[in-house]
Design a protein around this ligand. Sequence first.
Ligand SMILES: C[S@@+](CC[C@H](N)C(=O)[O-])C[C@H]1O[C@@H](n2cnc3c(N)ncnc32)[C@H](O)[C@@H]1O
Length: 223
Amino acid sequence: MHSQRSHTINSLKGHLQESEFESYNAAASGNAAKNAAFLSRGVMPQGMIMNALYDEIGEGYAVGRRTDPAIATQLNKYLRNAESILNIGAGTGSYEPEKSNLVALEPSTEMIRQRAEGSHPVKQGFAESLPFPNNSFSHAMTVLSLHHWTDRSAAYAEIKRVVTERVVFLTWDPCSAPYWLTEEYFPQVYEIDCSIFPSIEEIKSEFPNLKTKVSQIKFEFGL
Ligand SMILES: C[S@@+](CC[C@H](N)C(=O)[O-])C[C@H]1O[C@@H](n2cnc3c(N)ncnc32)[C@H](O)[C@@H]1O
């Protein structure tokens, strides 16, 4: 199908624990100044330098990438009524449910800089070393970020440490077939993606209660 691309929305339930969510409400109405304050307080993972890839390739990201309402509707179903949400690899803030108690986690200064006025508060850091205490969030979400994580085992362990109830992954299944664009025009993109995206089995092995939903995402070209 020329106008469709499949993604996988994976939701999973982890172990239920009492949440010790540290309140970020003071900054929940966040703005650029507040985000800058969070940034300056951001905890650097030990031994990691904040030379995030998206500092180099993320310029202008917020202009080209926005929330797609059809994808957001599907994603948000799994986050409804969440007490608190951590958005890992949050980028410029796409897909963050507006009326939610959400904290964004993002390594790239450039991506953080492009977050809109009034967006959720952001903390600078990496999935591999989440700068939050145990059981800080009831829910976590991550949208097309997993394939950038350099140590996914460490990141999975960190997610289990800080999230008590549910994690929603929106990712691409490397076992899915190419479509016209990646088959006929950019086969290298397909090959690279196949080599860097984690398999669904990998995620399942870490989160045995994983439930997988395969979605066809419509997109249109237009000026
Ligand atoms: C394709 S962008 C997606 C951004 C956003 N989630 C969205 O849907 O627009 C991938 C994001 O993952 C972030 N990222 C890369 N490595 C990361 C890591 N180790 N931990 C957390 N986020 C990471 C990048 O900085 C970038 O913002």
